[in-house]
Design a protein around this ligand. Structure first.
Ligand SMILES: NC(=O)C1=CN([C@@H]2O[C@H](COP(=O)(O)OP(=O)(O)OC[C@H]3O[C@@H](n4cnc5c(N)ncnc54)[C@H](O)[C@@H]3O)[C@@H](O)[C@H]2O)[C@@H](O)CC1
Ligand SMILES: [K+]
Length: 500
């Protein structure tokens, strides 16, 4: 997994790389610039053919821009280079200016000339932005944002601080894609910044890994290796009991599809045995549609009421499609009271809504329960928020106070852990914004927990593979057509790929 660091820590890593390698800062800038250009050329082959305008600031982000311009010239392109007029350029910036002819002055009061199409490479500010840009920057940023072509930002979209939320009206470049160096930055992962960062690519520049390892953070970005490391191998002499017995509790009249999707996803994630507890109206549906699952009977006709568990389970998921009938709420209360403190548990949907209305019941949850709310359910649990930063803080406070794991689902789902760590996911796509997608995640989670995985590991692997299966599905079926059943259908392929 990659660490998400603060600007001060990023400066430190740059500095330690320079010291350790015995290079100077300009060498690192050149390395970064050529890596960024290679990545941009891979994504946009027209970069050497179409008009390119580089807009450079006075710091090292601007130095990156000047170096990229030089490389583009060497490749035969004729980029227009604007450089912010300043009395205090960084040393790398000054050195980079010397190797480039025809630099156009950039003043905040004068309009820059832009072509009808092509590219702007935005190198005004990177992680060195100290505070939000003032209103004097608005005309320039508005001009960049009105460009009809493609806007590529180096390291950060200029105007976006790397580790805090941005006020609504603050000027900021709306990039089409951001090429960020070595490590993802916190604000690139926040949903509220999607308009500035619809996509980003991490460009490796071989920064000193030891320096990165030595720095403390609570924020991490998950990669494929984090999923791979957590896969549970199947052993030759194992039997179905080896891989745990899971239980799914949910469903109500008209909402039997939810526990059905959940139970299929659980078994496609490797658990050995699975029981499903649904009201009577759902029993033949589950039996017919998912013959591998076993059914527990509940006396409730249309809604669950008994929550009667004949045996113990390695893991239980509860809440999907369950509804909030009075009888269900009563049964759920008794169920929570009956739980052992070491019971692995996932709560979703109506289980969370019922908890939000009865907050004292939270104390009955076993430690490290995974709570998998959608945004509405989350706000009922932790209260409203005004920014993604506040949402994360509140979720963190909740996770630490109650010692549970809270998932903030969405693009870059955040796994908020009881020790304050937050893991941001790197897989998934907007096709997952579809009915039942969350039910499949809950199924994967309970399937993994049943195999004896810790809640944090199950959340990391579960969230990662859920998005990974959806990415494989979307590649073949499109994001538009993607439905929750497709995520389950592509789980086998996702496991195969992850095991490679
Ligand atoms: N050698 C290095 O340290 C490397 C740096 N790199 C690049 O350097 C960037 C960081 O460079 P810098 O630290 O020079 O920072 P930036 O280039 O991001 O910007 C810093 C400059 O902007 C000014 N500034 C900050 N906030 C402002 C505001 N609100 N209004 C007006 N001016 C403001 C600062 O006074 C400073 O002059 C990275 O984002 C990356 O693009 C890369 O080339 C990798 C290597
Ligand atoms: K930038």
């Amino acid at each position: 997994m990659k660490k998400i660091l603060t600007p001060n820590q990023l400066h430190l890593v740059d500095q330690q790389t320079i010291n350790k390698e015995g290079i100077n800062s300009l060498d690192l800038t050149k390395r970064a610039s050529s890596a960024a250009l290679i990545a941009m050329l891979e994504d946009f082959t027209d970069l050497l053919k179409d008009p390119v305008v580089l807009v450079c600031g006075k710091g090292n982000n601007g130095a990156d821009g000047l170096q990229i311009a030089k490389l583009l010239q060497q490749l035969g392109a004729k980029p227009l280079v604007y450089l912010l007029q300043s009395a205090e350029y960084s040393p790398d910036n000054l050195a980079s200016q010397k190797s480039l002819a025809d630099i156009l002055p950039l003043n905040l009061t004068e309009e820059i000339i832009l072509p009808e199409h092509g590219f702007i490479i935005d190198c005004l500010f990177g992680f060195g932005l100290k505070k939000e840009l003032g209103s004097s920057w608005k005309p320039l940023i508005d001009r960049i944002n009105s460009f009809q072509g493609t806007v590529l930002s180096i390291d950060m979209p200029s105007g976006l601080p790397s580790d805090t939320s941005l006020s609504v009206n603050s000027p900021c470049v709306h990039a089409d894609k951001v090429y960020t160096f070595e490590l993802p930055k916190w604000s690139l992962l926040m949903p509220e910044n999607a308009k500035y960062v619809p996509a980003f690519r991490i460009v490796s520049i071989d920064l000193e890994q030891e320096a990165i390892q030595s720095l403390e953070t609570q924020n991490y970005y998950l990669g494929k290796e984090d999923g791979q490391e957590r896969i549970i191998p199947r052993s030759k002499f194992s039997h179905k009991g080896t891989y745990g017995h899971a239980l799914i509790i949910g469903g109500s009249l008209g909402k039997i599809g939810a526990p059905l999707l959940c139970s299929k996803a659980a078994m496609r994630s490797g658990c050995g045995l699975l029981d499903v507890l649904v009201p009577q109206c759902g029993q033949s549906i589950i039996h017919t549609a998912h013959p591998e699952a076993m059914l527990l009977s509940d006396s409730g006709e249309e809604v669950l009421r008994d929550f009667n568990l004949p045996k113990t389970y390695q893991a239980i998921a509860v809440g999907i499609g369950m509804g909030q009938d009075e009888e269900t709420i009563r049964g759920f209360d008794l169920f929570l009271q009956s739980l052992e403190q070491n019971q692995a548990l996932v709560l979703d949907a109506d289980a969370l809504n019922i908890l939000a209305k009865n907050p004292t019941w939270i104390s009955n949850l076993p430690k490290e329960t995974i709570l998998s709310p959608h945004p509405k359910e989350l706000s009922r649990l932790i209260g409203e928020w005004h920014s993604d930063e506040e949402k994360l803080l509140k979720a963190k406070e909740f996770a630490q106070r109650h010692q549970h794991i809270v998932l903030i689902k969405g693009a870059h789902t955040a796994i908020v852990c009881p020790d304050g760590s937050v893991y941001f996911n790197s897989t998934g796509n907007p096709g997952m914004a579809t009915a039942g997608s969350g039910d499949t995640l809950t199924g994967i989670l309970v399937g993994l927990l049943a195999q004896g995985m810790s809640s944090t590991d199950a959340a990391i692997l579960g969230v990662y593979i859920h998005g990974y299966a959806a990415d494989l599905a979307a590649n073949e079926l499109s994001e538009i057509a993607l439905i929750a059943s497709d995520i389950i259908r592509y789980l086998p392929k996702a496991w195969l790929e992850l095991q490679r």
